[in-house]
Design a protein around this ligand. Structure first.
Ligand code: AHM
Ligand code: MG
Length: 336
């Protein structure tokens, strides 16, 4: 009986969010409309990513020097789609995209209560070889949607009302938190709908995978070097951790969320603030990890407590299973 219900009673992402929002009597459906526009952007990018190889083939047949342009096109195309979908939702007033140097202030007649920070296509080095890439986003509710200022998005990550990502991988997966746990949806291409496949995701308390670009090891600080050494040569007699590193934050974080373990992009001598961007990489992923029962730490503090000064600011990040991150925190505390 239950099996039959599973097959015919489809929990789409829209139905799921409508259910969630109906718990708040003051809800006006604005968030549901905003989210369905983000979902539309993700479906478009998913289709474009799936066709990327073919687009190149067509380009090579018809044009010269299409190689570099094709890759750029996919980044820019994704950004254009998200910006237009978000503005036309009528529910946003400020947009911050990795692709745009300046924040976009939506024209007054189309303004709504939300500010959206996003990386439309993250993991660009993986586009050309067909490895997983993704979109990352975070959502703030603004105090003043009539005359919004940049301060509305220079807020600590803990003030976000929702965060999520979409991974364009072997399947297209959308992971979302509105501050009450984490849920995962998979795109059913025959329906064009995201269906709830991973309800209430909880990250294992401790994992056996570490994920880091070890090519930067020569420039790491003491605690990072010590931690990674311990992953490989555990002192307590436990088995060493396995190393997995895709080089796409969405894929590396998605695996960490489902299997447990730790993902780190630490500071190093060459990049004292690490590489990843606070607003649309570090914050949304930290928000999801905490909501799933894990932790996110910058090397100095809880990641979601950080107050950004600039929209494209970077921060070191250690995120994952509660106990694994706890170990990193202890090593940094011992340093002071
Ligand atoms: P991008 O925004 O240019 O794609 O860079 C972000 C990506 C992340 O997805 C990933 O975690 C990281 O860069 C990998 O960096 P590195 O190649 O230095 O290991
Ligand atoms: Mg990025």
């Amino acid at each position: 009986h239950a099996a039959e219900a599973n097959r015919t009673d489809l929990m789409t992402i829209t139905r799921f969010v409508l259910n969630e929002q109906s718990k708040y009597p003051e809800s006006r459906g604005d968030f549901t409309i905003l989210l369905s526009n983000i979902v539309l952007g993700c479906k478009f990018v998913c289709a474009a990513v799936n066709k990327a190889g073919l687009a190149k083939l067509i380009g090579l047949a018809g044009e010269t020097n299409v190689q570099g342009e094709e890759q750029k096109k996919l980044d820019v195309l994704s950004n254009d789609v998200f910006v237009k979908a978000l503005i036309s939702s009528g529910r946003t007033c400020i947009l911050v995209s990795e692709e745009d140097e300046q924040a976009t202030f939506v024209e007054p007649s189309r303004r709504g209560r939300y500010a959206v920070v996003f990386d439309p296509l993250d993991g660009s080095s993986n586009i050309d070889c067909g490895v997983s890439i993704g979109t990352i986003f975070g959502i703030y509710m603004v105090k003043d949607s009539i005359e919004p200022t940049l301060d509305e998005v220079l807020q600590p990550g803990k003030n976000m009302v929702a965060a999520g990502y979409c991974m364009y991988g072997s399947s297209c997966t959308f992971v979302l938190s509105t501050g009450a746990g984490v849920n995962g949806f998979t795109l059913d291409p025959s329906l064009g709908e995201f269906i709830l496949t991973h309800p209430d995701i909880k990250i294992p308390k401790k994992g056996n995978i570490y994920s880091v670009n070890e090519g930067n090891a020569k420039n790491w600080d003491g605690p990072t070097a010590k931690y990674v050494e311990r992953c490989k040569f555990p002192k307590d007699g436990s088995s060493p951790k396995s190393l997995r590193y895709v080089g796409s934050m969405v894929a590396d974080v998605h695996r960490t969320l489902l299997y447990g373990g730790i993902f780190l992009y630490p500071a190093d001598k060459k990049s004292p603030n690490g590489k990843l961007r606070v607003l649309y990489e570090v914050f949304p992923m930290s928000f999801l990890l905490e909501q799933a029962g894990g932790q996110a730490f910058t090397g100095k503090q809880r990641a979601l407590d950080l107050v950004p000064n600039e929209i494209h600011e970077r921060s070191p990040i250690f995120l994952g299973s509660y106990e694994d991150v706890e170990e990193v925190k202890a090593l940094y505390a011992a340093e002071d």
